[in-house]
Ligand binder design. Structure first.
Ligand SMILES: [Zn+2]
Length: 263
C-alpha cells in the first residue's frame, strides 16, 4: 500500500533510532485505512447534519483516531516527545500552505485571528470561535483567480499525511461553513489538518500527501466565505490529538512563520 513506504522513509529521516525502521504494520484487528477514511467522512457529515449526539460523536471519533494511530504506529513509543517535536520544528517540516505567498498574507498583524475559546468539533451549534488562521490571496474581483499570476492559487499540504475526508459538493446557498474542505491526518504530529473554502480539490481520501504537495485551489466555498464581504482566503486549522484520542485546537501561527515557502 502506497503510504507505507512513504511513512517508512519519513521515519528513517526523522528518527535517530534504527530500531524504528523495523516496524511491522500488519495488525490483524486494525481496520484498513480506506475504511477509517469512510468512517471519518460519515461521522463528520453526521456532526454537520446534527444527526449524531456530541457524546456519541466523541466516542466514534476517538475510536477512529486510535485506529489511525495503530495503523501508523504513532502510539507509544512512537509518539513525539517534546524534544523530538522541537527538532522537527527545526528541520523545515512545515510548508507554507499557499504557493507564492508568505506569512504577510495571514489575517491580522500577529495571527490574532485565532480564537479557540468555546470550540467544540462535535457540536455544530457552537459558534463564535475561530480556532484557525485565514490566509488571504490577491483577488479583488473575487473570481478565485490570483491577481498576481492570473491563475488559481494552489493550496499546499502544510505537512505530510493521509487524506481522511473531503467535501466537493458544496453549492452556493448551502449553510455549511467550511464549503469544500479537506481533512488530513499527520501521523508524525498525531494531529489533524483542516483546509476549508477550497475550489477544486485534487486529492482523494486514502491518498498520502507530502508536505508542500498541491492539494487544492483556493476558493470561496462556505456560507460566510462566499459572501461578498469576505476576501478570498484559505482557512487552516490544526487539531492536536490528546491521549484519549480527542482533538484540541492548537494555533498553527508559529509553524506558519517558520514554514518553507514555495513559489
Ligand atoms: Zn477562517
Amino acid at each position: 500500500m502506497r503510504w507505507i513506504g512513504v511513512l517508512s522513509a519519513l521515519w528513517i529521516g526523522l528518527s535517530n533510532s534504527a530500531s524504528s525502521q523495523t516496524v511491522a504494520w500488519a495488525g490483524s484487528d486494525i481496520p484498513p485505512v480506506d475504511s477509517m477514511c469512510y468512517q471519518f467522512q460519515r461521522l463528520y457529515t453526521q456532526i454537520r447534519e446534527e444527526s449524531v449526539l456530541p457524546d456519541s460523536a466523541r466516542k466514534f471519533f476517538s475510536d477512529i483516531m486510535f485506529g489511525l494511530r495503530g495503523k501508523f504506529r504513532t502510539a507509544e513509543p512512537f509518539r513525539l516527545d517534546s524534544t523530538r517535536r522541537d527538532s522537527i520544528l527545526r528541520t523545515a517540516y512545515f510548508s507554507f500552505p499557499l504557493r507564492n505567498y508568505s506569512p504577510d498574507a495571514i489575517g491580522g498583524s500577529h495571527g490574532e485571528g485565532y480564537r479557540a475559546r468555546g470550540f467544540d468539533l462535535f457540536d455544530y451549534n457552537v459558534r463564535g470561535s475561530h480556532p484557525a488562521q485565514d490566509i488571504f490571496i490577491s483577488d479583488r474581483n473575487q473570481d478565485c483567480i490570483d491577481d498576481n499570476t492570473d491563475r488559481p492559487a494552489d493550496v499546499l499540504a502544510m505537512t505530510s499525511g493521509v487524506v481522511l475526508a473531503i467535501e466537493t459538493a458544496w453549492t452556493p446557498g448551502q449553510e455549511y461553513r467550511g464549503g469544500n474542505w479537506i481533512w488530513i491526518y499527520d501521523p508524525i504530529l498525531d494531529g489533524l489538518w483542516y483546509y476549508a473554502h477550497n475550489n477544486a480539490i485534487v486529492v482523494r481520501p486514502g491518498d498520502w500527501v507530502q508536505s508542500g504537495q498541491k492539494i487544492s485551489e483556493v476558493g470561496r466555498t462556505g456560507f460566510n466565505a462566499y459572501a461578498t464581504r469576505s476576501p478570498t482566503h484559505l482557512h487552516i486549522m490544526y487539531l492536536q490529538l490528546q491521549a484519549d484520542g480527542l482533538p484540541q485546537p492548537q494555533n498553527p501561527y508559529a509553524w506558519l512563520l517558520t514554514a518553507r515557502n514555495f513559489n
